[in-house]
Ligand binder design. Structure first.
Ligand code: ADP
Ligand code: MG
Length: 701
């Protein structure tokens, strides 16, 4: 394993920055893929330049100098480059060091766009590199990869490092079986890696992406095959359907179950009747009412005197489900507990010393709700009959697996719990018909009655006051609102809102007489709980929050969701945020608010960065259905070359998606063919190693 510090130009500081992106070794850099590419046309002479188009041009620097701009705060570097055919003006913003790194007489290559500013042709903020006849160009190529960055890291830096990484590593062992590579005409891994980072044509990108798509799906399906194999050898507790209790519980609900809810419940109860472990996925768009289905299954399990566990991705959600369980099971005399990494709460008395609480709970409780701390080392259940995972796409495969191994039976007769996972991630119908990933599917496609379409609006900075007035009116009607900000702390990135800053500002200027509160992941659990509790009692009217409330939060009285910096979020995430409102029969609203433009884009007098995001936000206005949005997400990924930036699908694929129906079919065929002769993959140790490694690596974000 080669450390990052062995690379040229990586000191302690840069190493830390790279660590932030999850990069620990040189090999990690090789597998750090571009999220999209920019295309540039080469102009062979300055006389041939094109305006408003991405181009590459070479020339010699005649002069270069720094200036303070009229907006004072900003440095402007001006340069003039020329060749035999003419000269060209270049401007960079806020990079005063350029004056030192580039000198008159240097030959440089620049990639960017030229604008016509009242007859003056200027190339704005191009990427540049000095021309070295002995070296290939890295930063001004016709197809230029762009990588996700973090503070204190530039595209140039990461490109330079990735380039260097390839000189430090040996060939990477191929993990796909050679027959399959041949059958499917795939690139081998080393060629694919080269082409994804240094493509010279679109075809290169297509081929490389195809290879990675295939291998992602291949590993995914193969993993499922192995899990299914393991599961088939296990036995679970049979949980006969306690029909009387279930009918009574449903009759006591304040609403009628939808047909889909009833169907899903029944399918689950029928599965858990058996001694074969259930493995079922319950899919339903945000707000379709999955929780109640889970609770009915948990009740049936408890009535069979077995334990049920419900695992969720956030503390806030754990607490919310616990509160709902207390209400719904108020008359059922059940022992209910909630466990997070920092606390345990129960509705029954714990008698042992505090350090033994965990084991007391896991011995006694009927229903245990918790975060990933449920898979903590100390936790051993006594008679776990059913495990439910909510928002399953937030968990790694191995976490889902680990919780299945948590049973310790008194008679040493260890059984595997029945397993249900729930998600709002859309699943293509075609996929749901197969038993993909060894799972059976239940789908809730109808929303409860009387739900209204959520009105979605894009709000530009000029229209914000009007929107705030609207929110005030909603509050006056007794309703509540969420405001989402992309960050917790103020950042140096201009225009990006943070919870702390925005809270202070809104408190002081906009919502002076309204009780509002901030909420973010760095707060103490007790603080978060207190705030959520007050919000649920309508004592707090507006929550200014980070994405901690993205999934699962259910506050039916909230009718406004305002997302600041909406252009920074992906469609799947925006859809989840919007799903926090519209959870009752009240009319609800979602505002997608754009960041203020940066001074640079103001100068350019063009909102260039917004173009693609506006398309995305328009899609939010047009569609309310998660499946439609997922399809659009995918189309954008394909055509705009967006890869890996947005989570989609059941797994966090970088390239593939569950909509790759044809390829999934091919993958399944290849795997069937080949596991027939080699069911334990003995012929392919590299592949087994890769799968085991993947299982270890998948973890909570
Ligand atoms: P999700 O599928 O997003 O997890 P929830 O289970 O949180 O949705 O349900 C959303 C809201 O709808 C909750 O407030 C729940 O009480 C309510 N609800 C669930 N089922 C019904 C129904 N059949 N009729 C009316 N309201 C329902
Ligand atoms: Mg939910």
């Amino acid at each position: 394993m080669i450390k990052l510090s062995q690379l040229n130009k990586v000191g302690e500081k840069t190493e830390k920055v790279l660590n932030k992106l999850g990069l620990e070794t040189v090999l990690d850099l090789v597998f750090y893929f571009p999220y999209r590419y920019e295309k540039y046309e080469t102009c062979s002479t300055i006389s041939q330049i094109k305006i408003n188009q991405p181009i590459i041009i070479e020339g010699e620097i005649d002069l270069i100098r720094n200036k303070k701009s009229f907006r004072k705060k900003m440095f402007v570097t001006e340069a003039l480059i020329s060749d035999d055919s003419g000269s060209l003006e270049i401007i960079w913003f806020n990079q005063p060091y350029l004056e030192k790194t580039l000198k008159a007489g240097d030959r440089i290559s620049v990639a960017g766009k030229i604008i016509n500013n009242h007859g003056r042709l200027i190339m704005m903020s191009p990427t540049y590199e000095k021309i070295d006849p002995n070296k290939e160009k890295i930063h001004t190529k016709n197809i230029l990869p762009l990588y996700s960055l973090t503070a204190n890291l530039t595209q140039k830096q990461i490109r330079f490092l990735i380039n260097q990484s390839f000189t430090k590593i040996n060939k990477i062992p191929e993990f796909l079986p050679q027959e399959i590579i041949d059958n499917q005409k795939l690139l081998d891994i080393n060629t694919a890696l080269k082409k994804i980072h240094f493509p010279t044509s679109e075809e290169d990108i297509i081929q490389a992406v195809n290879r990675f798509k295939f291998s992602e799906l291949f590993i995914f399906v193969l993993k499922s095959y192995l899990l299914k194999q393991r599961l088939a050898k296990k036995v679970s507790m049979a949980l006969p359907i306690k029909l009387g209790a279930i009918k009574k519980f449903i009759a006591d609900l304040p609403f009628k179950l939808t047909t889909d809810q009833k169907k899903s419940t029944w399918a689950i109860l029928k599965d858990t009747e058996n001694k074969i472990p259930m493995s079922r996925l319950l899919q339903g768009d945000v707000g379709t009412g999955k929780t109640i289905v889970a609770f009915i299954a948990l009740l049936n399990c408890a009535k069979n005197k077995k334990q049920g566990a419900l695992m969720v991705p956030t503390e806030i959600l754990a607490q919310q489900h616990y509160n709902s369980a207390l209400k719904l099971f108020a008359n059922w005399n059940l022992k209910i507990a909630v466990i997070t990494s920092k606390s345990q709460t129960t509705n029954f008395t714990l008698t042992r010393p505090k350090k033994d609480w965990l084991s007391e709970i896991t011995q006694q409780a009927d229903i245990i709700i918790g975060t990933h701390s449920l898979i903590g080392e100390k936790i051993k259940f006594k008679k776990l009959g059913l495990i439910i995972i909510d928002e399953q796409h937030r968990f790694g495969v191995n976490q889902r697996q680990e919780i299945l191994n948590k049973n310790i039976d008194d008679d040493h007769d260890i059984t595997t719990p029945h397993f249900l996972s729930m998600t709002a991630t859309p699943i293509p119908r075609s996929l749901a018909l197969t038993s993909f990933q060894g799972l059976n599917f239940s789908i809730i496609s109808e929303k409860p009655k009387n739900r209204k379409e959520i009105e979605t609006k894009i709000v530009s900075p000029e229209n914000k006051n009007e929107m705030y007035e609207f929110i005030k009116k909603e509050i006056a009607l007794g309703h509540q609102a969420f405001i989402i900000c992309p960050l917790i702390d103020p950042s140096d990135k201009l225009g990006t809102k943070s919870v702390k800053e925005e809270y202070e500002k809104l408190k002081k200027d906009i919502f002076r007489d309204i009780n509002i509160a901030p909420l973010h992941g760095k707060m103490k659990l007790t603080e978060k709980e207190a705030i959520m509790d007050k919000f649920s009692k309508n004592e707090i009217k507006i929550l200014i929050s980070t994405s901690v409330i993205e999934v699962g939060v259910d506050m039916p009285n909230a009718t406004v969701m305002l997302i600041e910096g909406a252009e920074r979020f992906g469609l799947a995430q925006l859809h989840q945020f919007r799903g926090r409102v519209g959870r009752s029969d009240l009319s609800s609203y979602c505002f997608l608010s754009l960041s203020e433009p940066s001074p640079e884009s103001l100068l350019l007098n063009k909102k260039i960065n917004y173009d693609t995001s506006i398309n995305r936000l328009t899609a939010m206005q047009k569609y309310s259905d998660g499946l439609e949005l997922a399809k659009i997400d995918l189309k954008n990924r394909g055509s705009g070359n967006f890869y890996g930036t947005e989570q989609s699908g059941l797994m966090n694929f970088k390239f593939a998606s569950l909509f790759d129906h044809e390829m999934i079919k091919q993958v399944e065929q290849e795997i069937n063919l080949w596991t027939k002769n080699d069911p334990n993959l003995e012929k392919y140790p590299a592949l087994l190693k890769k799968i085991n490694q993947d299982l270890e690596e998948s973890h909570l974000e």
